[in-house]
Design a protein around this ligand. Structure first.
Ligand code: K1U
Ligand code: ZN
Length: 186
């Protein structure tokens, strides 16, 4: 498995529409595995393909209370209610904001091994599903902020982004080592 560079706000790929996957090949499974490794090293609970410079419609998720899963060509097929909660993004490090989302979503997708599945989610999983599916359509959580909060998020980002020349977040050796140490402890 390989660690992938994470693209940060300013990279145009984060605003692009992804392309549906037509066949789950060995190359797609390899991308899924690399995305999991990258997500864990970056200490995220989700990661979408455009964040690692790819336009396949794929995201990976691990919110911790159920087994991790990949979703290929995910679609939201039902929504219920609304709820507000804090979000962050591995592509906009150190910037956070409250976003209103559906409280419950049902998502239909294809898994890493080509199987069709549905997930019926509430709470953090529902939020993470919506955040990742947005990434697959070029949308970011800051797009939901009101004018004032969006301006202050972008002002914070203007300082942070100096750490990411070329709009690339290279995971540091320390981040990777702490992920591996955690693995050994478990
Ligand atoms: O797609 C991403 O950028 C990953 C993102 C997913 C996400 C976090 C919070 C709410 C919705 C979606 C992250 O993993 S950000 C970092 C993180 O681990 C985290 C942040 C806030 C709450 C819980 C976790
Ligand atoms: Zn994100």
């Amino acid at each position: 498995m390989s660690l992938l560079d994470v693209r940060v706000l300013g990279d145009p790929i984060l605003r692009q529409e992804t392309e549906p996957v037509t066949e789950v090949t060995a190359e797609i499974r390899r991308l899924v595995d690399d995305m999991f490794e990258t997500m864990y090293a970056a200490k995220g609970i989700g990661l979408a393909a455009p964040q690692v410079g790819r336009l396949e419609r794929i995201a990976v998720i691990d919110v911790g209370d159920e087994p991790p899963f990949a979703m290929i060509n995910p679609e939201i097929v039902a929504v219920e209610g609304t709820t507000k909660g804090e979000e962050g993004c591995l592509s906009i490090p150190e910037v956070y904001g409250d976003v209103e989302r559906a409280a419950r979503v049902v998502v239909r997708a294809i898994g890493r091994d080509g199987e069709r599945f549905e997930v019926d989610a509430t709470e953090l999983l529902a939020r993470c599903l919506q955040h990742e599916i947005d990434h697959l359509h070029g949308k970011l959580f800051i797009d939901y902020l009101g004018a004032f909060k969006r301006r202050s998020a972008l002002a914070k980002w203007a300082k942070e982004r100096e750490k990411y020349p070329g709009n690339v977040r290279k995971l540091t050796a320390a981040e990777v080592a702490s992920h591996h140490r955690r693995d050994e402890e478990l």
